[in-house]
Ligand binder design. Structure first.
Ligand code: AMP
Length: 378
């Protein structure tokens, strides 16, 4: 069995990992770390929850420490692009935690908060900037940041960045980095447009994959309840009242839908919080903190808000609405059964959503079993 030492990681990083209680590298870590240490480009298929952040952060930290040089004013040596603020914050935090015994300097840039402080943080140059593409581009336009000293560029959740329409900002950002650089490209799925994008950015990449494309997390026990839309909230309430339902993430297709579900649950005496794009950053952080601490056991989220949320111990994912993009289903249910745990995913499917279910079943190459007792009750 491999350990972190045999992957070639330096003592300062091993010490931080021991502090985190990590003993064994995850598959994506064993596959990627040695190549990243050697400076190779990597194209990786991996979902959040597989340990992919450490798979790139650890070797990047090591390369930074091995070659201590200062970034220029307004510049950085490593640029990590993330689709959402939540994921960006988690990545920055990972760099700080794993780099605790190195003197890495990390800056974070995302929208929804004032720009001034973010700009000041990079004014003297930093080692790593973790950013969402839109806000980074804003800072570039303001000439508050320069990317001509980037040695390593990471694109995380590339498929999601494309879903969010970040293709143009990404092109501009990548175009502002040096042509000679190391590029690490991660995506949960690799449809054609994503691999084309990867092809244009990567040079002779090593391919790593921890699950075949669009394969549903194997440990998730999936089922579907056929129920018409007006009854969905009652079925949801019954599911949530069930003692076996622990920390539960409920997905709705729209922000408005998320708020309506929270309202109904609260009125029914079941506390829940929502996280979606209309919420302010402090509201999102508060909701996440309540869910993480167990203060509330139900978090209602839209796809966009939920990407990258890393909460341990999610026992259930409930799809209040089925996603019309089948890949989203795979992402959603991947929020449970993280780090080897088992999880349950239940989808509420109305008549109109049956075509979505068919698309999902085609993608995962399996039929989702019907949850019998509830189907009758519904
Ligand atoms: P990620 O896929 O990067 O979002 O990581 C998923 C979760 O696994 C995070 O909570 C990490 O802190 C955790 N993790 C990453 N690598 C390991 C490891 N080798 N052993 C145990 N936990 C890990």
């Amino acid at each position: 069995m491999t350990n972190f030492e045999s992957l070639g990681l330096a003592p300062a990083l091993l010490k931080a990992l021991a502090g985190e209680g990590y003993t064994t590298p995850t598959p994506i870590q064993s596959q990627a770390i040695p190549h990243v240490l050697l400076g190779r480009d990597v194209q990786g298929i991996a979902q959040t929850g597989t340990g992919k952040t450490a798979a790139f952060a650890l070797p990047i930290l090591q390369r930074l420490a091995e070659n201590r040089r200062s970034a220029p004013r307004l510049g950085c040596r490593v640029l990590v692009l993330s689709p959402t603020r939540e994921l960006a914050s988690q990545i920055a935090e990972s760099f700080r935690v794993y780099g605790r015994f190195t003197n890495v300097r990390v800056a974070l840039m995302f929208g929804g908060v004032p720009k001034g402080k973010q700009a000041r943080a990079v004014a003297g140059g930093v080692d790593v900037i973790v950013a969402t593409p839109g806000r980074l581009l804003d800072h570039m336009m303001d000439r508050a940041v320069r990317l001509d000293a980037v040695e390593t560029l990471v694109l995380d959740e590339a498929d999601h960045m494309l879903d969010l329409g970040f293709i143009v900002p990404i092109r501009k950002i990548v175009g502002a980095t040096p042509a000679v650089r190391q590029t690490l490209f991660f995506s949960a799925t690799m449809p054609k447009e994503i691999s084309t994008m990867a092809g244009s950015m990567l040079k002779n990449p090593v391919h790593v994959a921890v699950a075949p494309e669009a394969t549903t997390a194997e440990k998730v026990d999936q089922s579907v309840v056929f129920v018409e839309t007006p009854r969905k909230r009652h079925v949801l309430f019954d599911l949530l009242r069930d003692v076996t339902t622990g920390r539960t993430l409920v997905f709705t297709r729209t922000k408005h839908g998320a708020d309506k579900v929270v309202k109904f649950l609260e009125e029914s005496g079941l506390p829940a919080v929502a996280i979606h794009g209309n919420k302010s950053q402090p509201q999102r952080e508060k909701a996440l903190a309540m869910f993480r601490s167990g203060q509330t056991r139900v978090l209602i989220a839209t796809d966009i808000a939920a990407r990258g949320i890393d909460v341990d111990g999610v026992t259930h994912v409930i799809n209040f609405d089925l996603p019309n993009v089948p890949e989203s289903y795979v992402h959603r249910i991947g929020r449970t059964a993280r780090a080897g745990a088992e999880g349950v995913a239940i989808s509420l499917c109305s008549g109109e959503e049956r075509p979505f279910l068919r698309d999902i079943e085609k993608l995962i190459r399996a039929k989702v079993p019907t949850l019998q007792p509830l189907a009758k009750a519904a």
